[in-house]
Design a protein around this ligand. Structure first.
Ligand code: GLU
Length: 441
């Protein structure tokens, strides 16, 4: 860690992600001298390569704008590079390296043959028109297209990139590459190669994982109060499935504050979340304005101030601090499933574990999104579309398998399960073994 920190000064998120994994795997690693001999750790923590490019586009006022674009191809030991694109003003190489690193282990957990990657831009979608989004996506793809391909690297969405953006990106890719297959991006529209249930998959998968976790301790989701942070694609899918499974979603949040929904979120509100995301306003208060009788908005407050049984961070890295964890416990919360990538700060995770609050990390909980991307790739390769039932069955099966891997590698001598350890060891062992078998490259 010291060597890595000296080599990459100031890359806080990246170093945080690596530290968490190394702490979890230390014991197992020391039992495998062949990993040490092949310098697996030193190789695994560095991305295979990073592409950086300038993206220049013209806004609605006719002004020229310049952003930075990136693709971090992290690890291809178990399959082609796979991972989302993030458009957010704070995107930096450190952020994308942490996400690419996490993605490598997450993808290994899915049981599907996908390596890890991440990309994106410091382009800020807030307040942008649809035309501006399209022009930016086209300019971004002018550079990105040379780095990707259906057998090399398959990007998808992430924060700030949904099916609208994937549409604009795919249109431009086809124009440039003159390749008309459907498999270079996932999260596509249903009419042009997208998989049924991909939009819902991250949130649905997270709730399936939560169900397995609760089942292990003899509990169910029925009647439980759930606080969700965020109101984007992931929060939407989570709210939908949680409600369907009999839980009550009592909070959603945004950068402006939290919406408390005492009687639980309704189908109409869940549909409205999609409009809020598409508006690019980045304001959750719009929900309270639209449903004033049922929703109470509190400015500058987080979702973690609302009493709940289960907390589901669905927004951004490091969004849940130690103070938030303490407040959740004080208000009676007994389970936190991290749906955002690295959503909880390390001391918040330690607090959960030390206080016997059930906790599972993002790379296990949110893997249903990329897993369904993997299922989309399979359908594209077969030139077939599966039914919703078929995709949902497979997603169920994958989330169960991820939970089983966490249990197999994370069960402690006292019988409790350390899901952080379990997920990290399971992902690591698969990637490490694959790297070892393919020699020093
Ligand atoms: N961005 C999502 C993730 O963090 C999905 C990536 C994908 O579907 O390739 O896993």
């Amino acid at each position: 860690m010291q060597r890595l920190a000296a080599k990459h000064p100031g890359e806080a998120e990246y170093l945080q992600a690596v530290q968490e994994v190394l702490e979890s795997i230390e014991e197992v690693y020391n039992r495998h001298p062949e990993f040490e001999k092949a310098k697996i750790i030193e190789r695994m923590v560095e991305p295979d390569r990073i592409f950086t490019f300038r993206v220049t586009w013209v806004d609605d006022r006719g002004e020229v704008q310049t952003n930075l674009g990136y693709r971090v191809q992290f690890n291809s030991a178990i399959g082609p590079y796979k991972g989302g694109l993030r458009f957010h003003r704070a995107v930096s190489p450190s952020m994308l390296k942490f996400l690419g690193f996490e993605q490598t282990f997450k993808n290994a957990l899915t049981t599907l043959p996908m390596g890890g990657a991440k990309g994106g831009s410091d382009f800020d979608p807030v307040g942008k028109s649809d035309d501006e989004i399209m022009r930016f996506c086209q300019a971004f793809m002018l550079e990105l297209w040379q780095c990707i391909g259906p057998d090399q690297d398959i990007p998808a969405g992430d924060v700030g990139v949904g099916s609208r953006e994937i549409g604009f990106l795919n249109g431009m890719y086809q124009k440039l590459a003159r390749e008309y297959h459907t498999g270079v991006l996932t999260g596509k529209g249903m009419a042009w190669g997208g998989s049924i249930l991909r939009p819902e998959a991250t949130g649905y998968g997270a709730l399936y994982f939560t169900q397995h976790m609760l089942d292990k301790v003899g509990k169910t989701l029925q009647g439980k109060h759930i606080a969700i942070s965020g109101f984007g694609n992931v929060a939407w899918g989570a709210a939908k499935k949680a409600t369907e499974l009999g839980a009550k979603v009592v909070a959603i949040s945004g950068p402006d504050g939290v919406c408390e929904i005492k009687d639980g979120i309704t189908g109409e509100m869940i549909d409205y979340m999609l409009l809020m995301r598409a508006s690019n306003r980045n304001r959750v208060q719009d929900m309270a304005d639209r449903f004033p009788d049922k929703v109470v908005f509190a400015a500058d407050k987080k979702a973690w101030t609302v009493p709940c049984d289960i907390a589901l961070p669905c927004a951004f890295q490091n969004e849940l601090s130690l103070d938030d964890a303490k407040q959740l416990k004080q208000n009676g919360c007994w389970c936190c499933c991290e749906v955002s990538n690295m959503g909880c700060q390390p001391d918040a995770i330690h607090f959960f574990l030390n206080n016997h609050i059930l906790f599972a990390p993002g790379k296990a909980v949110n893997a249903g999104g990329v897993a369904t991307s993997g299922l989309e790739m399979t359908q594209n390769a077969q030139h077939l579309n599966w039914t919703a039932q078929e995709v949902d069955n497979r997603l169920h099966h994958i989330m169960k398998a991820i939970h089983e891997q966490c249990v197999a590698h994370g069960t402690l001598p006292d019988g409790n399960i350390d899901y952080v350890k379990g997920a990290n060891i399971a992902g690591f062992m698969k990637v490490a073994q694959a790297m070892l078998e393919q020699g020093t490259i």
